[in-house]
Design a protein around this ligand. Sequence first.
Ligand code: FES
Length: 80
Amino acid sequence: MQRVEVCAGKDCKRSGGGPRLEKLIQQVVEEEGLSNTTIERCYCQGECGYGPNILVDDKLINNVRGRDAVLQALGLAQEA
Ligand code: FES
């Protein structure tokens, strides 16, 4: 079970996080068939300047922009 929490704070939303990022993560999760991943929202994590931020199993990950960043955050990035 993997738990993803997307910061729904104002600054993260403004930098492309929040609901938009949630949608992208949802898409990736479906495409990758990650059936035991849950996606929730969380409050501001106090690293607003480094957003958009998400938590993956309580680990804070900054600057999650775009699909590649999501794959990496979920531990699915391809080795170069
Ligand atoms: S708004 Fe996301 S960490 Fe503060």
